[in-house]
Design a protein around this ligand. Structure first.
Ligand SMILES: C[S@@+](CC[C@H](N)C(=O)[O-])C[C@H]1O[C@@H](n2cnc3c(N)ncnc32)[C@H](O)[C@@H]1O
Length: 333
């Protein structure tokens, strides 16, 4: 598992299915032969970091990826809808150029709780520069900046709760006049590091068929013709993604309300009635495999139901008080 270089392109969001993708697709092969994958369309309407979409694209599916949050939609635009534009070194160097005119200083408003000054200056500058570029370069560059930000903190999350740990050392005392020095001192903010992250992103750009969209999953499912729908709703009872990623969402122009619309599994199952095959991932401690099989069974025939050990929210496991280490996967016809 996890030996596919292209999966390195994806941001390490919580709840991402990078490591589960091979298992999900080998189970899918039992009910839909691989020979039919190239002629099939898979809809991933809450694509998040995009692991299932990118894996599906690599397997020859036509993929439609969408998410309510910009942090998911940008991955869909950068890697699913885009099949041939890659970042060049000049695109990365442009992130360091002075933005012309006024630009939002959103990260600066989160110093020192989330970022130190040099990080904030870099993020605000780089996002302003990325925003000037045409698609898909804009989304590719946003993805590079997001992946960089996720590395600022060891926990791959940007919540205010963890920020204390991030605000360490003399870096916090940095004045603007020392920014230049710091840009060279902080490994993560160097152009050479950004270029290596860009190369990870580039490994996720390959030929195939994909579309990107943004919106509510239920609306998206209702309005889309596809052979397969993959449902991966946020786990009930865990910290909402909009909390864990509040600052990231703000930086990308989302309001907290926009990404806090609750998703009901029943609504999703009802909306998906016109789609022949359904794959559902479900985690967290609140639902058993039998309960989930029964709930899905009220809408369609359950073909496969498996529980696999999976490190849920591994990075916050101690805070989440022993979130059950398993993921439920259901395939229904
Ligand atoms: C468990 S994550 C998906 C992870 C993804 N499969 C991956 O591998 O990275 C759940 C996603 O649902 C999205 N989401 C939450 N509410 C939504 C809604 N109403 N419509 C669409 N997407 C939604 C969140 O933004 C989040 O990206």
């Amino acid at each position: 598992m996890g030996h596919h270089a292209f999966l390195q392109a994806l941001p390490a969001y919580l709840g991402g299915k990078r490591r589960l993708a091979p298992l999900i697709f080998s189970t899918l092969a039992e009910v839909l032969p691989r020979a039919q994958w190239a002629g099939s369309t898979l809809l991933d309407p809450m694509c998040g970091g995009g692991a299932i979409s990118l894996y599906a694209k690599a397997q020859g599916f036509s993929v439609i990826a969408s998410d309510l949050a910009e942090r998911g939609a940008l991955t869909a635009r950068a890697l699913i809808a885009n099949s041939n534009i890659r970042l060049r070194i000049d695109d990365i160097l442009d992130l360091y150029a002075e933005p012309d005119g006024d630009y939002p200083r959103i990260a600066a408003a989160h110093v020192p709780q989330v970022f130190n000054e040099a990080q904030a200056a870099f993020v605000d500058n780089a996002l302003a520069r990325a925003n000037r570029r045409p698609e898909p370069l804009r989304s590719l560059l946003q993805l590079v900046v997001v992946k960089t930000m996720l590395r600022f903190q060891p926990l791959s999350m940007l919540s205010a709760t963890d920020a204390g740990a991030a605000a360490t050392g003399d870096y916090d005392r940095l004045t603007a006049s020392r920014l230049r020095h710091y840009l060279h001192a902080d490994r993560l903010l160097r152009p050479s590091t950004l270029w290596s992250i860009a190369q990870e992103v580039n490994a996720g750009v390959f030929g195939g068929s994909g579309e990107a969209s943004r919106g509510n999953a239920v609306t998206m499912i209702t309005g889309t013709t596809a052979n397969i729908v993959y449902l991966d709703p946020p786990y009930p009872g865990t910290t909402g993604y909009h909390t864990a990623y509040g600052v990231l969402d703000e930086l990308l122009g989302d309001t907290p309300i926009a990404s806090a619309v609750p998703l009901s599994l029943t609504d999703l199952l009802q909306a998906a009635e016109h789609i022949p095959l359904l794959v559902l991932s479900f985690g967290g401690p609140r639902v058993t495999l039998d309960q989930l099989r029964e709930q899905v069974g009220q809408h369609r025939d359950v073909l496969r139901a498996i529980a696999v050990p999976y490190p849920h929210l591994r990075s916050v496991a101690s805070e989440a008080h022993r979130v059950a280490n398993r993921e439920l996967i259901i395939i229904a016809g």
